[in-house]
Design a protein around this ligand. Structure first.
Ligand code: ADP
Ligand code: MG
Length: 441
């Protein structure tokens, strides 16, 4: 096994671990690791230092090996070792200032890699507006939404744009802000701390909900906020809740946060999920057939991070078995974490039939009847295919739902539609249209 597949598998594992451990843990212990080699089911993972090696070995080994189970052929043992490639990196405090502030931002989190959709349009437009004219229209900007929906991505995108403009920008998550504040207290360096956060053009504060209950830190942030705001400096804050629902945050800070623009990021709809997957696959140079991307897009609806994890899993699996990625192979790769049960509970055959009938402009009753003209027959097959995809009904149940057809007919129809989708763009867009109707009525 060559090292590129070791790296691919490790990246897929990281994609999953990212949703299994806390963000802080991920950053500290996993983010800077690399997959070095995989031989005889032993995966060697390179770490930046012995400290990380020991921590991973003691605390995360079993979780990691469990995660690898789904990604390798059989059980894999993982060995952590310090990797030489990290040794030549300059120490963070030796970096020149510009490079140090650049390293504050994830290079992948830019506006050009951010896929806009109705779920995030306002937040993204406001962030872009700020990147162009900081401190003017939306100040502060408050972005909130569930985990994995692009809040940090937008924050870093603003950061990159600000550096391009040679502005002084600081990005900090509330947890780190708290830690720095506390150590400034006992090292008697609060003035230094205050200067640091009050002398910037743009302050980006990630996950402000962490400030809740940390009274002194909150007061310190409140003062920094005021000073910056009065001086027309830009402030952007993210949170997993809207400002009004952060009851433990002191009232005066809450009303400051509500004084600007509040933008929510929602879970992405099907098309946006698909567009994100296309973009990510493109960035990875992975050539996946549209049917596979659609299959993945149908799985993870709540978080884009999860979606990325699935994509990584599928590409790693394909690399491992050395085959081209067919929908069947993709389905196998994601089987373990597919969220089919909860979808099955929400989508019913009737909902699918209604959506198909609307999309093909046919009365639902004709799909259930014997009518066999080309258009009706196609719509019926699409309905069978989608009920199978969306509901988890058995073939016999699907046949029943469509006016008492037998399971062989259903199976044949599903195969036919799946095959045609690979080559027929129109059919794919039709399916997407129907899925949209199923989700949004
Ligand atoms: P949050 O901060 O809301 O928890 P992140 O910003 O960390 O979420 O996003 C999680 C992952 O999803 C990141 O890898 C990010 O690049 C990706 N992501 C989120 N939204 C988008 C989007 N609209 N387009 C492209 N990638 C996205
Ligand atoms: Mg975040």
């Amino acid at each position: 096994m060559d090292c590129s597949s070791a790296q691919q598998i490790w990246e897929a594992a990281l994609g999953e671990l990212q949703v299994q451990v806390s963000k802080q843990n991920f950053r500290t212990w996993l983010e800077k690791t690399v997959g070095l080699s995989l031989e005889d089911n032993q995966l060697i993972v390179g770490t930046p230092n012995t400290f990380v090696t020991e921590y991973l070995d003691k605390n995360l080994r079993s979780l990691i090996e469990k995660t690898l189970l789904g990604l390798t052929n059989g059980e894999a043992r993982v060995v952590f070792q310090v990797d030489g490639c990290f040794r030549d990196l300059p120490r963070r405090d030796a970096l020149p200032a510009a490079a140090a502030s650049r390293s504050m931002f994830n290079t992948k989190y830019t506006f050009s890699s951010f896929v806009a959709g109705s779920c995030n349009q306002l937040a993204r437009d406001a962030a872009l507006g700020i990147a162009e004219n900081p401190g003017q229209r939306y100040n502060p900007l408050f972005i909130y939404g569930g985990p994995g929906l692009g809040k940090t991505h937008l924050l870093h995108a603003i950061g990159h744009a600000a550096l391009e403009k040679r502005l002084k920008v600081l990005c900090v998550c509330a947890e780190r802000f708290t830690n720095e504040f506390v150590s400034s207290l006992y090292q008697r360096k609060t003035e230094e701390f205050n200067n640091k956060y009050r002398n910037v053009d743009i302050l980006l504060m990630d996950d402000i909900q962490f400030l809740i209950g940390k009274e002194q830190t909150e007061v310190s942030f409140f003062h920094a906020f005021n000073e910056l705001h009065i001086a027309n400096r830009q402030i952007v804050v993210t949170s997993d809740l809207p400002p009004g629902s952060l009851p433990l945050l002191q009232q005066r800070l809450r009303s400051r946060l509500e004084g600007g623009l509040t933008a929510v990021v929602h879970p992405p709809d099907f098309e946006t999920r698909l567009a994100i997957l296309q973009a990510k696959a493109g960035q990875q140079g992975a050539n996946l057939p549209p049917a596979v991307l659609e299959l993945i897009a149908r799985q993870a609806a709540q978080s884009i991070r999860q979606l990325e994890g699935l994509l990584n899993r599928v590409t790693a699996y394909a690399g491992l078995v050395g085959g081209s990625v067919t929908p069947q192979l993709a389905a196998k790769a994601i089987e373990a974490i597919a969220d089919t049960a909860s979808r099955a509970a929400t989508v019913t055959p009737d909902m699918v039939i209604k959506a198909v009938a609307e999309s093909y402009r046919l009365p639902s009753a004709e799909l259930l009847a014997r009518k066999r003209d080309k258009q009706t027959a196609l719509a019926r097959q699409v309905a069978m295919y989608l009920i199978r995809q969306e509901t988890g009904c058995s073939l016999a149940q699907i046949g029943q739902a469509l006016g008492g057809r037998d399971h062989a007919t259903v199976l044949q129809a599903c195969g036919k539609i799946a095959k045609e989708m690979e080559s027929c763009r129109y059919l794919r867009s039709k399916i997407v249209d129907i899925q949209h109707r199923i989700c949004f009525g």
